[in-house]
Design a protein around this ligand. Structure first.
Ligand code: ADE
Length: 250
């Protein structure tokens, strides 16, 4: 998968060299390219923003640097054989970024991120590129960040770990909270490892029983308990058919 990021803070994306994403890059599973938007400014102050039409507070990112940057990135990508780009625009006004969207993006070969600062990017930029490729405006949560770079790190990590061969154990995202499938819409319950006693605290006995049926039931009960406590909205959105009689006894 190819990832391009155009930003006025390239150094903010340094964490893409670390851990899971860094290793995926080193192995050649991810081709990540970070570009400085100011390389496409041609005035003495490398201006990327201007005052909003219609007035109001803050500044708006200008069309020209983004247009020139994206044209260059696209031309370069096509030249090196990349195909089917999609534009990812982090913004608090976007659609919620979910595991389902992470799966969808992980199936695309080429993602181009345009993290903005200030009040966002002139609307015409997204409208222009939407005539050529899918444009995903995504929000990582109901809060406002100072810019979209942290959202790029979030989306990249969620997507990269879904790529074939990136996670050591392909099974390990099957039970993820939010993964489609058996535990649909339930949060994962607690987990334990050795030693069996720590500061006088035991682990739940059932986990030592070797009884797979009982362990599965316990995990499901814990998932239900945690979801009810932390995310009742997820339970309400579940298909009632997803619950069995024992679930209802919880
Ligand atoms: N930029 C600022 N806030 C954001 C958010 N919540 N999600 C994505 N991008 C953002």
């Amino acid at each position: 998968m190819r990832l391009d990021v155009v930003t006025i803070f390239p150094e903010y994306l340094e964490p893409l060299n670390v851990s899971l994403v860094g290793k995926a890059r080193a192995r050649g599973q991810l081709d990540v390219r970070v570009h400085d938007l100011r390389a496409w400014t041609f005035d003495r102050h490398n201006t990327v923003d201007d005052t909003p039409y219609g007035g109001g507070p803050g500044m708006v990112m200008k069309t020209d640097p983004w247009g020139d940057a994206l044209d260059t990135v696209l031309a370069d990508g096509y030249e090196t054989g990349a195909r089917a780009p999609a534009l990812i625009v982090p913004t608090p006004s976007g659609r919620p970024f979910t595991q389902e969207l992470a799966v969808e993006l992980s199936e695309r070969p080429w993602l181009i991120f345009t993290p903005a600062r200030y009040e966002g990017i002139d609307r015409r930029v997204m409208d222009e590129y939407a005539t050529r490729m899918p444009v995903y405006e995504v929000s990582i949560g109901d809060y406002v960040l100072a810019g979209g770079e942290a959202a790029v790190l979030v989306v990249t990590e969620a997507v990269a770990r879904l790529l074939p061969g990136v996670l050591g154990n392909a099974e390990s995202h099957r039970d993820d909270s939010f993964a489609p499938g058996a535990m649909a819409n339930l949060l994962e319950g607690p987990v334990y490892t050795k030693p069996p006693v720590w500061r006088g605290r035991d682990i739940p006995e059932v986990l030592l029983s070797g009884h797979h049926g009982k362990i599965s039931r316990w995990r499901r009960d814990e998932a239900l308990r945690r979801t009810t406590l932390n995310r009742p909205d997820l339970i309400e959105r579940c298909d009632p058919k997803a619950f069995d009689k024992k679930d209802r006894e919880m």
